[in-house]
Design a protein around this ligand. Structure first.
Ligand SMILES: [Zn+2]
Length: 64
């Protein structure tokens, strides 16, 4: 499955505003695919879960 499809099928993390909760490999693949527009951040609420976000487009997501 391509990363974008994994993203849309991923469970949502309610603690992080319903962001997609990803495994590290998928998050990394999305960061690479985004050509630097996305960054990955480990979910502070779900051990081993990762989120991707666009720091230039989004606000309010504190890095940990
Ligand atoms: Zn989260």
């Amino acid at each position: 499955m391509i990363p974008a499809m994994k993203y849309s099928h991923a469970p949502r993390c309610r603690a992080c505003g319903c962001r997609a909760l990803l495994v590290r490999d998928t998050a990394e693949a999305l960061v690479i695919e985004s050509l630097g527009r996305l960054e990955m951040v480990e979910c502070p609420h779900s051990r081993g879960g990762w989120h991707v976000w666009a720091p230039k487009l989004e606000t309010g997501y504190a890095r940990t």
